[in-house]
Write a protein that binds this ligand. Structure first.
Ligand code: HEC
Ligand code: HEC
Ligand code: HEC
Ligand code: HEC
Length: 122
């Protein structure tokens, strides 16, 4: 094989790999405003900042055939309300978000005052 063809092939493989990765991984929005269906008390959630700190599986999971919580499957991150109702979402969110903020993660605590998540201008 000539050097030129080899270079072309290498460049092609490189482009393909880069495009492949960007299509395969969807990280979702960098910042999200979370709300129940009534939208009474929206919460600010810096998604990207949390992705940089912890595994996706800390928050995302699936549902098993028996209706119980299933393992995290990459690419199957769905809206929380697609499985949880408003009340369940509120309670789960408070347990998950506030719980970690209070206990801390890798020695770092997060904000726990109502207005820290339920910002006024959302
Ligand atoms: C600290 C919790 C947390 C972590 C960690 C996290 N996410 Fe999320 N993610 C959420 C929440 C909450 C939403 C909003 C879901 C909703 O709209 O109901 C979301 C939304 C998404 C969405 C959009 C889903 C949709 O269709 O509505 C994608 C995609 C996603 N996350 C991917 C990821 C990936 C990939 C990672 C790891 C690199 C990750 N997330 C880490 C909490 C988290
Ligand atoms: C595909 C369905 C599905 C999606 C989507 C989903 N959950 Fe769940 N989740 C469940 C099931 C089933 C359970 C177990 C029963 C229960 O506690 O409601 C559960 C449990 C939980 C628990 C309690 C965990 C425990 O072990 O006590 C939390 C917290 C939670 N979910 C948060 C979230 C958040 C936040 C999102 C959105 C980022 C989300 N869930 C999206 C199905 C889902
Ligand atoms: C497993 C731990 C963990 C979970 C789960 C978690 N957080 Fe956090 N969060 C943190 C930590 C740690 C910080 C502080 C980061 C820092 O100071 O650099 C933080 C910071 C924040 C901040 C402040 C960001 C800023 O710019 O001031 C907000 C708002 C926030 N989290 C909202 C949420 C919401 C909403 C959820 C649930 C959907 C959530 N967090 C889930 C650990 C967590
Ligand atoms: C760490 C972030 C965080 C903190 C701190 C927090 N919340 Fe929340 N809260 C959420 C998230 C996430 C939801 C679910 C999405 C939504 O509706 O905002 C929620 C939901 C709610 C809801 C349900 C809203 C509805 O539409 O049904 C109420 C009410 C609420 N919170 C009140 C409070 C109060 C009062 C405090 C202080 C004592 C507080 N929250 C502190 C994150 C937080």
């Amino acid at each position: 094989m000539s050097k030129r063809i080899m270079l072309c092939l290498a460049a092609f493989a490189f482009v393909f790999t880069v495009v492949g990765i960007s299509v395969a991984s969807n990280s979702g929005p960098a910042e999200i405003v979370l709300k129940t269906s009534t939208g009474k008390k929206p919460a600010f959630f810096p998604h990207k900042a949390h992705q940089d700190m912890m595994e996706c599986a800390t928050c995302h999971h699936t549902k098993n055939a028996d209706g119980n919580r299933g393992a995290y499957v990459a690419g199957e991150e769905k809206a929380c309300l697609s499985c949880h109702d408003d009340k369940g979402f509120k309670d789960n969110a408070h347990n998950l978000c506030k719980g970690c903020h209070k206990d801390g993660y890798n020695g770092k605590k997060g904000p726990t005052k109502c207005g820290d998540c339920h910002k006024k201008d959302l």
